[in-house]
Design a protein around this ligand. Sequence first.
Ligand code: SF4
Length: 546
Amino acid sequence: MPATAQGQWALGYREPLNPAERAKKDSDGLAVRQRILDIYAHRGFASIDPADLRSRFRWYGLYTQRAPGIPGGRTAVLEPEELEDEFFMMRVRIDGGRMSVEQLRTIADIATEFGRDVADVTDRQNIQLHWIRIEDVPEIWRRLEAVGLSTTEACGDTPRVMLGCPLSGVAVDELLDTTPHIEELTAAVVGDPEFSNLPRKFKTSVSGCGRHCTNHEINDVAFVAVENDGQLGYDLWVGGGLSTNPRFGVRLGAFVTPDRLLETWKGVTSVFRDYGYRKVRNRARLKFLIADWGAEKFREVLEEKYLTAPLPDGPAPAAPTGPRDHLGVQRQRDGRNAVGFALRSGRTSGSQLSRIAALAEQYGAGRVHATAQQQLVILGVPEESVDPLVAALAEDDLVVNPSPFRRGTMACTGLEFCKLAIVETKKRANWLTDELERRLPDFDTPITVNVNGCPNSCARFQVADIGLKGMMMHGAGGGDVEGFQVHLGGQLGAESALGRKFRGLRVSAEDAADYVERILRGYVDRRKGAESFADYVARADEAWLA
Ligand code: SF4
């Protein structure tokens, strides 16, 4: 295919090749803010231009939610206007996952007052609200912006929330405090029209801690702290992403000093903006360009056309030092403690977030940070306050030392609110956790169970020990039922691997607990010493996993 046929701007092809590109060309996504303030919030849902509603609203973190009662089997059949409700999901971007108590309280109050008290901590450190009315959006923005938060470019073909370690600045195993670097990046680029029309969503990760908790392997651009001949900086990765065509990012072998971070981010993002494939939406992520070009050519174009000088070569990051979730009581560099606790698959409420804010104020330093695993951490807790805090959290079903199942289970939004969903996820994940805790009370090995409502992999099923991808399947009694395709043994880290997918390996939602129990019992019986579940799966006979 000639390159121009892919819609690459740098090759002169500027004419939109699909409706999404057309909408962006007709009016930049950022322009919709004024229309919301001036028109839609006053005239109501029915006044919203469809191209704004289904495209540009995303530039401000707004999606219509799924109308209640539509089964998953209808998802691919119905028209957008039949699937959508007149309420919105609203994503609040929390760059680096960092929130003061004041910020958390503001989000909590908004969730309670405007969002039927529902809130989700996402696996990209955002907080997502539901049931939002267009009439309330200006007041919500006013409150968020008054405390330094926003929904700008929380979705859309933009630089979305930038991941950072929730323990930045206090982690004992950290090489670099990424906080000022993420702040510099977000201040410079979020809302900048230079980067508001990218070919597709663009995910950034900046990681400084030894655990690599921000999952650099699956971001479009990632900066991983390394030491290079006594100098601290970042190893540059590009082109990671999951969804329907998962690919791990690749190292460019380039070393980025903090003073060149912004320039390098802009360079990488500009290559994507100018050379990314705009013709077909599901081939537009940066990973497809990297697959065609390879690391060497990408680095060459980046350095020659977009940077002031070539980047020096640098080393690869060391292997991760521990689990990525930052749960439990962790000693900070200053002698105080960070207390990480598990929500239930990220689901919380405005009321609960308010109580968490109060605890962070009473026992900690007034900060609550989100992890990239749908969990929260209270920082700055003195030794004598740890036990009372852990007990107070437990009273609210917020567990500091959870079972492996509670600790390792994530779920995406799913059928409850998502228009792309095929199956229910959050409630199903919580049921699965409860069942596994009851059935396997002595199970003592870290395990990740990621429940997804469709192939888009918002909850990363391909890199979980047990990844469940929602689908409809024939039920035992005839008729279609909700089920999952099963992916086993995926992982991130020193040996990143996508989960194994076996022909025909699927399980009905109803049978999911029986199935997971069965394969985990098989693992416990057959594992060799401290063999991980992923290593076990890699050598397992297919029959052991059926
Ligand atoms: Fe929706 Fe699918 Fe993403 Fe789940 S994985 S939130 S169902 S798009």
